[in-house]
Design a protein around this ligand. Structure first.
Ligand SMILES: NC(=O)c1ccc[n+]([C@@H]2O[C@H](COP(=O)([O-])OP(=O)(O)OC[C@H]3O[C@@H](n4cnc5c(N)ncnc54)[C@H](OP(=O)(O)O)[C@@H]3O)[C@@H](O)[C@H]2O)c1
Length: 253
């Protein structure tokens, strides 16, 4: 554990899975935290635990990032943080079914959570990061961003957006000490596949060697931040798989 006091890290989707693992890791590294999600009880429990274990402050924001009201609330909050060192746009969810069958409302909600919120939070955070010439942004994307997968249209498209958006803003920031990463995990053991949407999904239908733990994803992501690589795929097996998906993507119509 690093004893030096760090700045602030703001993490969306911190009530479980990869976001929670980021909060634990950055708390241990002495970052003050702002943790955001819908489930207040989970966030408050995590905040209590981290404040007990480390000398950090933990602010909880209960927000549904599919709504304009919550996005605007978090956006305004970010503009006021003076020492935001790390912004992690991690909140996300999956749907199952063909685009023409999924309710338009679910698709719009996903676009809001995966695209609108991260875009507006980056825009809110960057002026201060640029002024301080310091900061990191991690936009949590997915291996699914590399290839069209039937039954995943909006998920694939929104995650692809995050890749191109991250690459584009990093190219605009090349003269600053600001790192942007699009983190592209493969299958990870989190709450992602525990929602109603995935009630008939069986984790064992995916080979065990393709799964990673959230903590591993987070450790590799933070380590990779120091390198100048925007698209980061945790896990060597996932990197091989990404290569195959890219080839598959080229073969798709
Ligand atoms: N697990 C995987 O296999 C996998 C693979 C590739 C990419 N990813 C990506 O990793 C990211 C984190 O997911 P995870 O795997 O850690 O799943 P998870 O355990 O289900 O965590 C998702 C987080 O997002 C939050 N969230 C979802 N909808 C939200 C909304 N409308 N407003 C605010 N927060 C919301 C959830 O909190 P509340 O429910 O409390 O709001 C939760 O904290 C997602 O962007 C996902 O697409 C996951």
């Amino acid at each position: 554990m690093n004893g030096n006091k760090q700045g602030t890290a703001l993490i969306t989707g911190a009530s479980s899975g990869i976001g929670e693992a980021f909060a634990r890791e950055l708390g241990a590294r002495n970052y003050d935290l702002v943790i955001i999600a819908r489930r207040k009880d989970k966030l408050e429990e995590l905040a209590r635990e981290l404040k007990n274990n480390y000398s950090v402050s933990v602010d909880v924001i209960v927000a549904d990032l599919s709504t304009e009201k919550s996005i605007a609330q978090v956006e305004e909050y970010i503009k006021k943080v003076k020492n935001l060192d790390i912004l992690i746009n991690n909140a996300g969810f999956g749907t199952r079914g063909y685009f023409s069958d999924v309710s338009p409302e679910k698709s719009i909600n996903m676009i809001n959570v995966h695209v609108l919120a991260p875009t507006r939070f980056c825009r809110a955070a960057l002026p201060c990061m640029i002024k301080r010439d310091q900061g990191s942004i991690i936009n949590v994307s997915s291996l699914a961003s590399f290839c069209p997968i039937p039954g995943n249209a909006i998920y694939n498209a929104t995650k692809s957006y995050l890749n191109m958006f991250s690459r584009s803003i990093q190219s605009e920031l090349k003269n600053y000490n600001i790192k942007v990463q699009a983190l592209c995990p493969g299958f990870a053991y989190t709450g992602f596949h525990d929602t109603d949407e995935f009630k008939d999904f069986d984790r064992s239908s995916i080979p065990k060697w393709l799964w990673m733990f959230a903590q591993e994803v987070v450790e590799q992501s933070l380590k990779a931040l120091s390198k100048n690589k925007v698209i980061f795929i945790p896990g060597i097996k996932n990197r091989i798989l990404a290569g195959l998906l890219k080839i598959g993507g080229k073969l798709c119509p």
